[in-house]
Design a protein around this ligand. Structure first.
Ligand SMILES: NC(=O)C1=CN([C@@H]2O[C@H](COP(=O)(O)OP(=O)(O)OC[C@H]3O[C@@H](n4cnc5c(N)ncnc54)[C@H](O)[C@@H]3O)[C@@H](O)[C@H]2O)C=CC1
Ligand SMILES: CC(C)CC(=O)C(=O)O
Length: 378
């Protein structure tokens, strides 16, 4: 008899629009891993309302009970929230987006890790020779800056305070250096993007990021790039960003969505928000993480069964790696996705004709074979 499985509790927030469709495929991957006779972990899923569906039922985007489950669970898997129905409710934490920022803040998931790798499927609007070989990871500060500063919202005046403290920049710079030294990054290099020519918060950002990385990670190169010209360079020479892009909450959000042009669709981009440096190996204390595809609720395609579940499934791979130290399982999920896409099983956004469910089914069929092979050799 093998060792008893470790049970992890996952708060699952399917959310709105395509959220439930893509999250369902990712949850089935977790079920598949839980059911493995010789697997090392099982995943208890708490499916809860959040965002627009919670507003409709409870009048708030997130209830106190769900926030508490977010705080106490080992990890969170999120679909996406929001949509035109709730666009009018956006002040404070009353709206869908406010619920999301509140949960991020409460769980202190300060580092949003957003990998971008070129997947050859000929849907990138950029020339193949430009995008080939692109591999970078955006490390975005996730719980401060303009998203969180006090807001003034009057009929004829509005403002958002875009502020950073030394400690906030230090910890995200450490995370960026850590990721730059991991196997996720092709080179030990951090490209920090800011607007130090204009914004005071960016000047602090640049100075502290540079000091922290030079002092604590001398083996990591740090370079700086203004965030506006970074957008042009990213489209003209994507591989010049290979390594880690470090950016604050606002610039990181924009640069990582822009990065979706490289694979050619938002639908394949995963992300993880971490509350600490990732788990090094299986058995270490889990690191709290909040995982979600980077896309939104895509109301234009919701309910049609054509949403791409790849970003959500790859977010589960990130959860396995970064929160639980399950590297072999994470790699198996990633390979199962790659094999599925290489075989032409793709949704419409990748010029395929498969449904969300067909892509998910094929990923799980491939994963089954890969896990069986892994267990033969272990
Ligand atoms: N984390 C979250 O909950 C986020 C929520 N949102 C919310 O989502 C709503 C819609 O926002 P948009 O700006 O339209 O961004 P979006 O990411 O939902 O959609 C942008 C475009 O990408 C396509 N797309 C997105 N995900 C896809 C997938 N998995 N498969 C195939 N195509 C996909 C959509 O069809 C659309 O044409 C808004 O209410 C926004 O606030 C936006 C970003 C993040
Ligand atoms: C709070 C989110 C809905 C905004 C967003 O686009 C993000 O941070 O990913």
């Amino acid at each position: 008899m093998g060792l008893p499985k470790v049970e992890f509790t996952i708060l699952v927030i399917e959310g709105d629009g395509i959220g439930p469709e893509v999250t369902n495929e990712a949850c089935l991957v977790l079920d598949q891993l839980s059911a493995l006779p010789n697997g090392r972990a099982s995943f208890k899923q708490l499916k809860r309302l959040f965002g627009g569906c919670s507003i409709d039922k409870h009048g708030v985007p997130v209830t106190a009970e769900v926030l508490e489950e977010g705080r106490t669970s080992n990890a969170i898997l999120m679909g996406a929230t929001g949509g035109p129905k709730w666009d009018g409710i956006r002040r404070g934490v009353e709206g869908c987006e406010g619920g999301t920022t509140l949960l991020r803040e409460l769980t202190d998931v300060y580092a949003n890790i957003r990998p971008c790798e070129y997947i050859s499927s000929h849907v990138s609007p950029l020339k193949e020779e430009l995008v080939q070989g692109t591999k970078f990871i955006v490390v975005r500060e996730n719980v401060s800056g303009a998203f969180y500063g006090p807001k003034v919202e009057e009929p004829d005046y509005a403002s958002d305070l875009w502020a950073y403290k030394r400690s906030e920049v230090e910890r995200i710079a450490r995370m960026a250096a850590h990721i730059a030294l991991s196997s996720a990054s092709p080179v030990p290099r951090v490209i920090s993007c800011d607007k130090a020519n204009v914004l005071a918060s960016s000047r602090l950002w640049r100075r502290i990021a540079e000091e922290t990385i030079k002092r604590e990670f001398p083996q990591v190169e740090i370079v700086h790039q203004l965030a506006d010209s970074a957008t042009t360079l990213m489209m003209m020479h994507p591989t010049s960003f290979n390594g880690v892009i470090l950016a604050d909450n606002t610039f990181g959000d924009i640069l990582s969505d822009l990065a979706a042009v490289i694979p050619g669709t938002l639908g394949v981009m995963p992300s993880g928000c971490l509350a600490d440096i990732p788990v090094k190996k299986w058995g270490d204390e889990p690191v709290k993480g909040y995982y979600e595809p980077i896309h939104g609720s895509a109301p234009d395609i919701a309910g049609q069964g054509i949403a791409n579940p790849v970003g959500s499934i790859l977010s589960v791979a990130m959860m396995l790696r970064y929160s639980f130290g399950m590297e072999e399982e994470a790699q198996a999920v990633e390979l199962a996705v790659k094999t599925t896409l290489d075989a032409g099983i793709k949704t419409k956004d990748m010029r395929g004709s498969s449904s969300t469910r067909e892509v998910g089914d094929q990923v799980r069929a491939n994963l089954k074979m890969l896990l069986e092979k892994q267990s033969e050799y272990s």
